[in-house]
Write a protein that binds this ligand. Sequence first.
Ligand SMILES: *[C@@H]1O[C@H](CO)[C@@H](O)[C@H](O)[C@H]1NC(C)=O
Ligand SMILES: *[C@@H]1O[C@H](CO)[C@@H](O)[C@H](O)[C@H]1NC(C)=O
Ligand SMILES: *[C@@H]1O[C@H](CO)[C@@H](O)[C@H](O)[C@H]1NC(C)=O
Ligand SMILES: *[C@@H]1O[C@H](CO)[C@@H](O)[C@H](O)[C@H]1NC(C)=O
Length: 443
Amino acid sequence: MFTLCTLFALFLGAVHSQFPRSCTTTAAFRTKTCCPLWEDGSPCGSLSGRGGCKNDVVFTSLAVGKVRQSYDDRLDWPRYYFDNTCKCFGNYSGYNCGRCKYGYYGDKCDRQNTVVRKEIRQLSFLERKRFFSYLALAKVTKSVDFVILTTGDRHHRDTYRFVDASIFDVFSWIHYYSMKPILINGTFDNSKNYAHQGPAFPGWHRLGLMFLERQIQLLTGDEDFAIPYYDWRGEKNCSICTNEFLGASNEQGFLDDNSHFAFWKSICSGFNYADAICQTAGDECQMERLHRKPGADPRVKALPSFQDVENTLKWKDFDRPPYNVTSRRSFRNALEGFLRSSDGMTLERNMHNLVHIYFGGTMSQVPISSNDPIFLLHHGFIDKIFEEWLQRYNGTPNDYPENDELGQGPDECATPYFPCYRNKDFLCSSSTLGYKYSKYQGM
Ligand SMILES: *[C@@H]1O[C@H](CO)[C@@H](O)[C@H](O)[C@H]1NC(C)=O
Ligand SMILES: *[C@@H]1O[C@H](CO)[C@@H](O)[C@H](O)[C@H]1NC(C)=O
Ligand SMILES: *[C@@H]1O[C@H](CO)[C@@H](O)[C@H](O)[C@H]1NC(C)=O
Ligand SMILES: *[C@@H]1O[C@H](CO)[C@@H](O)[C@H](O)[C@H]1NC(C)=O
């Protein structure tokens, strides 16, 4: 533990602001401009034809005449912080156009690669070891590109404070931040968030996995790295909750001392602060260990079955009005797990939601669930089911509906990722995004 805490203490020296580290200057905030210089010394690599600094890359859902009395910093993301951002050309991407679009590689981003995500039990012993060591590295390596917002009074942006975080913690943070209650007219609305309970759910989480996968590829130089998934269909109990895989739990429910993630600490573990954003991010040594109690919650009798997944896939409408947790006959709502998939009518916990609850502990507290690496494997399988749906029904961005959920409009940015990726653009074949899934147990 000494080493981990010491490492983190070293990282916390510099205090900048959120998102791209180079957009954290007072000037950037004053001018609301995040157009960092690329290697050629020009903003967004414009001299090299990679991109340009534009104020039109932010997609907003605000219809003409519609006025929002809201102060939440994530609304119309990322307008509260930046109006001008880099618009990248061709295969270039990233906050300064210094990176490639997902699926493209090389200095000129002209090389395509499609990685294969496998079921974790399909990995060879060596591949599995490699996965665990990459994660360990991502957990302790400071993100060069991003810093996170850690605390402050949400009514006063002058009190915001930003700190360094590891690559894995930046990923975990993004999920956490999407779920903070939304500040509307001075009161906190707990009933909605930017990543769940609406049509953005499948694509938002798709992007999360792509983000971390690419960050790990960049960190390790291994362009073939792919996040594995966990096909939980028909499992009597979590068969990967052993120390050879994702870790057994001890009697208190903390991960076993001999497991891979035994001494990982959750970022923002006490997530339930009304006003503040996150009080523990800058204080690693006080954070909690990962907690899991698979199968212990009496509300969950079993993990979803093969039939549950098949039933989910029979709903051919991607989503249906009113596009929230009460949507019926909706693939998205069945997959997310607010709907019984067999009848498409009964509102009950199922699929994605049920699996979170099944694991208990960190995974069952959805805002902080992304701290537990088993989150990656669970969402890998959720994304595989989404991919199966896209292929079966030839899903396209046109299937993504207009809706009233904040930040979940088709042309709005998946919130709070940086740079902007539009919600509707994830309704496409995963191979165009640079990855595909292995076949496993008939799917
Ligand atoms: C906020 O309050 C104002 C004035 O009380 C009201 O007109 C407006 O509809 C409210 N906005 C929201 C989103 O509730
Ligand atoms: C993007 O990459 C593809 C495939 O490698 C290549 O054919 C294409 O020319 C590239 N596009 C641009 C605009 O560079
Ligand atoms: C499920 O597995 C966990 C350990 O992985 C164990 O503690 C628990 O008792 C098992 N539950 C059942 C119902 O077998
Ligand atoms: C879902 O949308 C309907 C229609 O807009 C609304 O009446 C209902 O309150 C919403 N439910 C939740 C939980 O947001």
